[in-house]
Design a protein around this ligand. Structure first.
Ligand code: AMP
Ligand code: MG
Length: 503
């Protein structure tokens, strides 16, 4: 692309980032040039030095000039800022053109592991896709995305990453006037199901093929050698989604807005809006203020993942087979197989959470039995499993485990069954407990803690709670005695009932 970067400041820092912008080289209608709009008084809240190093960037310079660079005031050399075009089903309704309305892709770098990663500013001003939006982001959602995306990564769940956050020194106007901020996101790519839908909806089969080839090269190398590479691509994306959503369920994560434009082809968790973690276990739980029908409730996520894969399949039909009915059959088989893929990942994950490695009939029922008791007993999802690891090695901790249930006595028959089942597993109780603690986090980003961190930052300019949360959440599987309070569920008055989008 051929356009001139604005130079907002005479002394603007010029960081050297070795960009290699493959998306900008794709056909012109895939994207639109979009320069960041400068802001008045940027201030660097947070810079993720280890991630910068992983990306092979000059962390010292980026940190020193971070306010200018990560606000978009100073665009590093070699960047080709653009908004990506995409469509999307939003709560089931198809919108043929959405696109990056408040996100600007600076470019791509090859990280230390040879992986191509996108660097994107979120909230750096309007793009050609902004419609009536202001292209800006408020501080609260920026802190939320920073905390939750880094926490997901530390939990071992594929997710986009947080490279930096700045406040802009300018207000944004939502229901209230809020401090503006810019979030710098790093992703395996920002290609979404909606990116395919954008091209398919225009009848641009050639474009869909170009994008599919690009995605195979970037995320699924090797599939080009398969007999039906685009069918293999659909299968591979469905596999990653099934695995991802199973991982979400195993830690109590609710994405909140699983629209097809918020579903990344790479298999990373993306677009942390009104997302939240369960405290008490309730499969019907919804936090998002805009999800009135409960479309994206905790336990609805696997089915929505399948629905999203069906929308992806539709865009690929012309590439699957020249005979339309055969293309539909092939796609249907993949979509029909999604349920079993998900179930396998989920059951593996849940079995590990209760300390099972062997396969036996009745394992599913044992897992479901516990979940039913948790639901009826309003048990805290995270504490229940973490404390069960304690019970696995020390019977004396049983009262603490039982105390997470409203009626502690009700759990006794299940525990007896579980112990009988464990008696047929290899390994010592200590080994079992250790393994269980590696999959059952002690701390998750609890909603009330995020809310407290946002409140302190917004109201008092105090980022210490934000920092403390990042610290404790960087080691979620360890007991951290200095941070014991972060493992605790909210007090009734602290409980967060609703979460909101960043828009
Ligand atoms: P999201 O809710 O973040 O998934 O965004 C849905 C769509 O709305 C995307 O196309 C966004 O780019 C767009 N959008 C959200 N907020 C804004 C904003 N403040 N300005 C412009 N576009 C926005
Ligand atoms: Mg989005």
């Amino acid at each position: 692309m051929d356009h001139v970067q604005p130079k907002p400041e005479a002394n603007a820092a010029v960081a050297s980032i070795p960009f290699d912008n493959s998306y900008a080289r794709l056909p012109a209608h895939f994207h639109a040039a979009a320069d960041p709009s400068p802001v008045s008084e940027p201030w660097l809240i947070k810079f993720n030095r280890p991630l910068a190093q992983e990306l092979g960037l000059d962390a010292d310079t980026l940190e020193r000039d971070g306010a200018q660079i990560f606000s978009g005031n100073s665009v590093p050399e070699g960047a080709e800022p653009l908004g990506m075009a995409y469509a999307g089903h939003q709560f089931g309704q198809f919108v043929p053109l959405l696109g990056d309305g408040r996100a600007i892709l600076l470019g791509e770098v090859i990280d230390r592991n040879g992986v191509r990663r996108d660097i994107q500013l979120k909230g750096a001003g309007k793009t050609p896709y902004s419609r009536r939006g202001d292209g800006r982001a408020a501080l609260g959602p920026v802190l939320r995305e920073y905390i939750v995306s880094e926490a997901m990564h530390a939990l071992g769940i594929p997710a986009t990453r947080a490279l930096a956050a700045v406040v802009t020194g300018e207000p944004v106007y939502r229901e209230r006037v809020l401090p503006g901020a810019v979030f710098t996101r790093v992703a395996a790519s920002h290609i979404r199901v909606g990116t395919f839908q954008f091209l398919a909806a225009r009848g641009d089969t050639e474009g869909v093929k170009t994008l599919a080839d690009y995605v195979i090269d970037r995320h699924y190398p090797g599939l080009h050698d398969r007999q039906r590479p685009y069918l293999a691509l659909l299968e591979a994306v469905a596999e990653r989604q099934a695995s991802l959503i199973a991982r979400w369920l195993c830690v109590g994560f609710i994405h909140g807005v699983m629209n097809t434009d918020n579903c990344a082809i790479s298999g990373e968790t993306i677009d942390f809006g009104p997302c939240a973690f369960l405290d008490d276990y309730d499969p019907a739980k919804v936090f998002s203020s805009i999800d009135q029908g409960g479309r994206y409730a905790y336990a609805s996520q696997p089915a929505i993942g399948q629905w999203n894969m069906a929308r992806l399949a539709e865009t690929l039909l012309p590439l699957l087979d020249p005979e339309p009915s055969e293309a539909v059959n092939l796609a249907n088989d993949v979509i029909a197989g999604y349920g079993a893929r998900f179930q396998n990942h989920w059951l593996d994950g849940m079995k590990a959470k209760i300390g099972l490695t062997d396969e036996e009939d009745g394992d599913l029922e044992l897992v479901q039995g516990l979940l039913t008791l948790m639901k009826d007993g309003q048990a805290d999802f995270t504490l229940t499993f973490r404390r069960l690891a304690g019970v696995a090695e020390n019977d004396a901790t049983e009262p603490a485990f039982a105390a997470t249930f409203r009626d502690p006595a009700a759990i006794a028959p299940w525990l007896a069954e579980w112990r009988t089942r464990l008696s047929r597993e290899a390994g010592t109780p200590q080994e079992r407990a250790r393994k269980m603690r590696l999959v059952n986090p002690a701390v998750i980003p609890r909603n009330h803690r995020i809310e407290q961190a946002i409140r302190a930052a917004e109201d008092d300019g105090d980022f210490s709670l934000f920092e403390a949360l990042l610290t404790v959440l960087s080691k979620p599987y360890e007991d951290q005695p200095g941070f014991a309070a972060y493992a605790a569920p909210p007090q009734p008055q602290e409980e967060v009932l609703r979460t909101f989008c960043g828009t």
